[in-house]
Design a protein around this ligand. Structure first.
Ligand SMILES: [Zn+2]
Length: 489
């Protein structure tokens, strides 16, 4: 029998056809199977339905994260005070020290941290795959977590053949055939995990010859990847070459592309992206820390969405990123006026625009605007219930529920999370997961596993030469070290 869930009597955040969010009070949402079946007041309860009392609570579309490296849990906290170059070596490159089993626990904990924060979909730029088994373990973990995701398959940005206490040897096999073959077969056999898991391409190798880049895009578009995603940001240290111009001149731009960051681009580059319906994922926390520049997601000339990027830098809440995007857009525009001795008449952006980046904007970015991102009959049942009566929410949730969610809610206020019609968080607590083979594990068990894995990864990291790896990155990426300056404050 098809399962059904009734979210009863909540305040439902409903997007109209113009994307304006209206709060429908005392409204029920009936979920049948994995779909939103009905939105109305006083829905008659079908037999066998699980009822979730939503009085005093806000029912929101699940949040959508369009740029995240979900494998990185064991690196959490190590990089809070590091620059981008430091992190590349001490963090990003450490996938070398992850076994496939480490990938599994990092990925599973990463997925669950996202669900805990109300995220129901992640575009996962998975760039830690040293072997086919690494990718297999990531996919297995995402499947077990229950998250909806597009697995944007990638290999390490700086692949190594060996890394010891005294040496680092880069691999000449940048585009290994096993990875291309595995990605192709995954793409052709998708969707996975009962339809929740689709396959994308994570690609950052634009230094390769034109015919190779075009060949990769053509091969994987033919194989049916849902999204192609790349890191794009211009700055004096990592180079000012235009990936946008390159993609445009190769004839590769299209609505299946999500560019993370897209910071410090010219107006002309943004115009090209906008016209080609390319979407951008701003990750305000990581962009602020790593000196990538002002987030662009709220700009009127950008098809915007939001991502967490690395949960090694910050928490996994898309609402936190929505707030940060709003504040930084205001900081940027206010500061420009203050610098001229002027003052803003009105602030840029608003709670509803920020909320839309986290919902409908994200859904469109990943080509799922007609399936997720809004509460609508016939849409997939990816829903979040936020408690409106917690200390943080009382006083604002009945004033304006959208402002309450964007401006005042925290992860602890996310009471229930439903993905694909299945409850994954209930009463403020993650529901246990079922691993391949049938073993059930509560969150505490996952935490124990990931902590143990973290210790082992850390021990291996202490056995590699970070200085030598830094020299390698500086050389390979033509980093202009003369531009790296001390900061005074
Ligand atoms: Zn990233």
């Amino acid at each position: 029998m098809t399962s059904s869930i009734l979210l009863q009597g909540g305040t439902v955040l409903y997007h109209d056809d113009e994307d304006y969010v209206t709060a429908l009070s005392d409204t029920d949402v009936l979920v049948t199977g994995n779909l939103i079946a009905k939105i109305a007041t006083g829905i008659e309860v079908p037999q066998g339905t699980t009822i979730i009392d939503c009085k005093g609570k806000i029912v929101s579309p699940g949040f959508i994260d369009t740029h995240h490296h979900l494998w990185q849990t064991q690196l959490k906290g190590r990089h809070m005070d590091e620059t981008l170059l430091d992190y590349m070596v001490a963090g990003n490159m450490q996938s070398y020290n992850f076994t496939p089993e480490d990938m599994f626990w990092g990925q599973l904990a990463g997925c669950l941290e996202a669900i805990d924060a109300g995220t129901t979909y992640v575009l996962d730029h998975s760039h830690g795959n040293y072997t086919p088994e690494h990718a297999t373990q990531c996919l297995s973990a995402t499947t077990a977590s229950g998250l909806r995701s597009t697995y944007a398959y990638a290999t390490p940005s700086v692949p190594l053949t060996s890394w010891t206490v005294s040496t680092v040897v880069p691999s000449s096999d940048i585009l290994s055939s096993w990875s291309l073959d595995q990605l192709e077969s995954l793409a052709k056999s998708q969707p996975h995990a009962n339809g929740r898991l689709t396959i994308g391409l994570g690609f950052d190798l634009y230094f390769l010859p034109q015919e190779v880049v075009i060949g990769i895009f053509e091969r994987f578009r033919r194989a049916g990847v849902k999204v192609i995603t790349s890191h794009v940001a211009k700055n004096p240290v990592f180079g000012k070459a235009s990936t946008v111009e390159l993609l445009d001149s190769y004839g590769l731009l299209g609505p299946d592309i999500v560019l993370s960051h897209a910071t410090n681009l010219t107006f002309a580059e943004h115009a090209v992206l906008h016209a080609a319906k390319v979407h951008v994922s701003s990750t305000p926390s990581s962009e602020a820390q790593t000196a990538l520049g002002w987030p662009v997601a709220l700009r009127s000339d950008v098809h915007g969405s939001l991502g967490v990027d690395s949960h090694a830098f910050c928490g996994s809440s898309i609402l936190s990123e929505a707030r940060a995007a709003l504040l930084l857009a205001r900081q940027e525009t206010n500061a420009a006026l203050l610098d001229k001795g002027e003052f803003p008449q009105k602030l840029v952006g608003g709670a509803r625009e920020a909320f839309n980046l986290a919902t409908v904007g994200g859904a469109r970015a990943v080509g799922m605007g007609d399936k997720i991102g809004r509460i609508r009959e016939g849409y997939l049942a990816d829903l979040v219930v936020v408690d409106g009566r917690t200390p943080g929410m009382a006083g604002v949730s009945s004033w304006d529920p959208v402002v309450a969610v964007v401006g005042h809610s925290g992860v602890r206020d996310v009471e229930t999370v439903i993905v694909d019609g299945v409850v994954r968080k209930r009463g403020g607590k993650l529901v246990g997961v079922e691993l391949e083979g049938g073993e059930r594990l509560e969150w505490e068990g996952v935490a124990e596993k990931v902590e143990r894995s973290r210790e082992e990864v850390q021990r291996r990291i202490e056995g590699v030469n970070l200085e030598k790896a830094r020299e390698l990155v500086v050389g390979m990426w033509h980093v202009d070290e003369s531009k790296i300056k001390a900061v005074e404050y």
